[in-house]
Design a protein around this ligand. Structure first.
Ligand code: ADP
Length: 283
């Protein structure tokens, strides 16, 4: 599913003293099957933007075009769009409510009108993909789980709807490093196995450097930069101006070069750094 955002502007509480322009003429295209990272400082407009993609917010101006159809045109039912575009909110575990994990994950697919057998298959498959064994966890209350596990249940609930596009708003927020790696790994698996388009909202350069095909940088309601991680992390000045900077390991390499080393400057993951530094040590 290709997603084209055209001249999109959004104003909260328009025509009141609290009026706030959150998006200003955004033009972006997300291609089918891409792993996209949307990054930017708090308040830069990321959440506002993603809520337009599944029709939760309606543009003040502009269009959202999914597979060549303007989703806000009269002919389109937004309930249909929401089946295709799944949105995992920040801290989704607060939305868990059923007494067992199985029932919680089954809620969405049941609402799609699937029969019991199909619902069961969806639950099993999505639990597997988020790394929760069905037989071990199906009867467990979601409230007995650790923070990272709860979040995995919440993500499984959206995955079980089998959307073509999955948007995740800060899915690693508040997790410890192990929980973060676990969730990011699962999201990467989802992308590989289902070939879903993934839009990951994050403010962690380290997280997005590892997994995104493309990065879109938001600042002040505008998309100020986009490209592959390599292209985006070259723009250190722009990233610093918008309060982001590059991954810590990229700064480390730059500092080493200032001290006379001659290392490639397009290093932005720990693994890449490990490789160049171990070559250096072996010299
Ligand atoms: P981000 O997700 O990047 O943190 P948001 O899209 O949440 O950014 O916010 C963009 C701007 O819109 C911010 O200035 C924020 O204060 C404002 N904003 C967000 N939600 C609301 C709201 N419900 N009412 C009024 N202003 C809002």
């Amino acid at each position: 599913m290709s997603i084209e955002i055209k001249n999109l502007s959004y104003v909260y509480m328009q025509n009141t003293p609290f009026e706030k322009k959150a998006l200003n003429n955004v033009n972006i295209t997300f291609n089918d099957g891409e792993f996209i990272a949307l990054i930017g400082h708090t308040g830069s407009g990321k959440s506002t933007l993603i809520q337009h993609i599944n029709g939760l917010l309606k543009p003040t101006e502009g269009q959202v075009i999914i597979d060549n159809v303007d989703i806000f045109s009269k002919e389109v039912k937004l309930t249909e769009i929401r089946k295709e575009v799944g949105l995992v909110f920040q801290y989704p575990e607060y939305q868990l409510f059923e007494e067992t994990i199985e029932k919680d994950i089954a809620f969405g697919p049941k609402n799609l009108g699937l029969n019991d057998e199909d619902v069961l298959q969806r639950v099993k498959k999505s639990m597997q993909i988020v790394g929760l064994d069905y037989d071990t966890y199906k009867e467990v209350s979601p409230f007995e789980l650790s923070g990272g596990q709860k979040r995995r249940v919440a993500i499984a609930g959206v995955v079980a709807m089998e959307p073509k596009v999955l948007i995740l708003d800060e899915p690693t927020a508040g997790l410890d490093p192990h929980g973060r790696d676990e969730i990011l790994g699962r999201i990467k698996d989802l992308h590989n196995e289902y070939n879903m388009t993934i839009i990951l909202v994050s403010h962690s350069m380290e997280d997005v450097a590892k997994i995104a095909d493309k990065i879109f940088v938001m600042s002040n309601g505008e998309c100020c930069l986009n490209g592959t991680p390599r292209e985006v992390f070259k723009e250190v000045e722009i990233l610093e101006q918008v309060g982001l900077g590059v991954p810590q390991v990229t700064y480390l390499i730059r500092e080493l070069n200032k001290k006379g080393f001659d290392l490639p400057e397009d290093i932005y993951t720990i693994d890449q750094a490990k490789e160049v530094l171990s070559k250096l040590l072996l010299k």
